[in-house]
Write a protein that binds this ligand. Structure first.
Ligand SMILES: Cc1cc2nc3c(=O)[nH]c(=O)nc-3n(C[C@H](O)[C@H](O)[C@H](O)COP(=O)(O)OP(=O)(O)OC[C@H]3O[C@@H](n4cnc5c(N)ncnc54)[C@H](O)[C@@H]3O)c2cc1C
Length: 394
């Protein structure tokens, strides 16, 4: 990310977003230097200072308010996430989760939940984790969900189950836990409820999982054993939790696309800087045609992915249909990232494996958005049905 090589084509976000982009870049330049990003990646530590700075600058809440009347503008969210993805990538992953939390709390939170959790969340004074995936599978989680919550006579709920691959559960204050509260009728997505569970509650155990990537944010297994919460912990409507989550999926896919786009751009820029500087046989390696072709292809894919991200964000912001565009944006951005990190490694050859350069981190981190929040194959399944209008293949 050295020097922020400008993107191939100037970004056209309008004045307001250009200011926002500049603000994020300034915060990243001040708080998350390449040396610090590398040190935190090596130490596998969360950047509390950067999170606090983002919160103080209003970048967690953006346009959202505590009353739940104003939602954050997706056009702003994607700008913040692209900029973070290009540098302190793990923070982009963290914000994808926080933005989802903001959306769920603003749309479905009770007055008390909005006051107690949404308010501090908007200001970056607290964090939430989103606990949906289970050991039996993340792709079709509603069908295989084993985490259950039962209501007792005193109306409190008792939750039991295991959640896995949960981002930030070791460092967050609350988890939004997705649990089955009634049989899957009339369909698998029915009978599921969301609970706001304090991660310090009795019966909650959080274990960090050793992972290859996203080292600046913990990835955890969350065990819930007879965890008792009061009725006020239900987020939204009992039995309709999965439908509430489904309504946020466009936003989550779009935000994942923006973070992946940032990774693609970060790797592309780092590769380009290296290609200009590294001398081999008396000239920069960037003079070699094969490398130029690869980087040109990256530039084209990145700009194409950004246009899809922007188009989807605009449609979403204007209340137009955004599901197909968000899914296409996620696919385009995850492919752009996978390709840019691969090409970046080729440009850098031996140096690509050096931990002194960011390329190996981009190479590792890019994997996340090939399968999260939904695998690219499942996105293709979805588009096959909804975009092509062909019979459902899954
Ligand atoms: C670092 C990290 C952070 C994460 N953060 C969170 C988080 O904060 N919260 C959370 O809830 N989850 C989180 N996840 C989980 C993530 O969302 C899941 O990994 C993802 O949904 C895929 O689920 P799975 O890994 O269980 O894959 P599986 O469901 O086991 O799928 C395995 C393979 O089978 C394919 N497949 C499955 N069904 C079909 C089908 N019908 N048609 C075609 N192909 C199919 C998939 O495409 C995939 O290739 C995280 C994961 C990681 C690694």
């Amino acid at each position: 990310m050295r020097g922020h090589t400008p993107s191939v084509v100037p970004t056209d976000d309008g004045d307001e977003r250009a200011e926002l982009r500049t603000l994020v870049r300034q915060i990243v330049a001040r708080e998350a230097t390449p040396e610090r990003i590398r040190a935190l990646d090596e130490a596998e530590d969360f950047d509390y200072d950067l999170y606090r700075a983002l919160g103080e600058a209003g970048l967690i809440g953006l346009e959202a308010d505590t009353e739940g009347t104003e939602r954050a503008d997706p056009r702003s969210q994607v700008v913040v996430l692209e900029e973070l993805g290009a540098g302190p990538t793990s923070m982009a992953v963290c914000l994808v989760v926080q933005y989802m939390g903001v959306h769920l709390l603003a749309s479905h939170g009770s007055e008390a939940q909005r006051k107690q959790i949404l308010g501090p969340l908007l200001e970056g004074r607290t964090r939430v984790a989103f606990a949906m995936t289970e050991p039996d599978g993340g792709t079709d989680v509603a069908r295989v969900m084993r985490t259950k919550a039962a209501q007792r006579d005193d109306r409190s709920w008792v939750i039991n189950g295991v959640k896995t691959w949960i981002s930030g559960a070791a460092t967050a204050d609350h988890a939004i836990v997705v649990a089955r509260t009634a049989p899957p009728e009339p369909s698998a997505v029915d009978g599921i409820t969301l609970f706001l569970v304090p991660l310090e509650a009795r019966g909650v155990e959080v274990h960090e999982l050793p992972t290859m990537a996203i080292h600046g944010l913990d990835t955890c297994e969350v065990l819930l054993q007879d965890v008792t919460v009061d009725p006020g912990s239900v987020l939204g409507e009992v039995g309709r939790g999965f439908r509430q989550v489904l309504a946020t999926l466009n936003g989550e896919r779009l935000n994942a696309a923006a973070a992946a786009l940032g990774i693609a751009r970060g790797a592309y820029e780092a590769g380009l800087d290296y290609a200009r500087e590294r001398q081999a046989f008396g000239r920069p390696v960037g003079a070699f045609q094969t490398l130029q072709h690869r980087m040109v292809d990256d530039a084209v894919q990145i700009e194409a992915a950004r246009e899809l991200v922007r188009k989807a964000a605009r449609a979403d912001a204007l209340g137009e249909r955004a599901d197909l565009l968000s899914a296409m944006a996620k696919l385009a951005a995850s492919e752009a990232a996978t390709r840019a990190v691969d090409n970046g490694m080729r440009v850098m050859a031996g140096a690509g494996l050096s931990r002194e350069y960011a390329m190996q981190r981009y190479f590792r981190d890019a994997r996340l958005y090939t399968f999260a929040p939904l695998t690219d194959d499942m996105i293709r399944n979805y588009l096959g049905e909804r975009l092509l209008g062909l019979p459902r293949s899954y």
